[in-house]
Design a protein around this ligand. Structure first.
Ligand code: ZN
Length: 57
């Protein structure tokens, strides 16, 4: 289950430029962010919350 989640995280692409999103994670959340700043996604698995920032939309 965890492996599937990690694989999906690393396969994510920016919807704008199709660049691979860079991933960070700390104790509380996973962050996926476009290297060009188009897109940012924060996932809090413990809370079941996902926040998406998509400034171009
Ligand atoms: Zn982008």
């Amino acid at each position: 289950m965890m492996l599937i989640l990690l694989k999906r995280m690393f396969e994510n692409k920016c919807p704008e430029c199709k660049e691979t999103l860079s991933c960070e994670n700390d104790v509380l959340c996973y962050i996926k962010i476009c290297p060009h700043g188009h897109y940012k996604e924060e996932t809090y698995p413990t809370l079941g919350v996902k926040i998406v920032y998509n400034p171009s939309k």
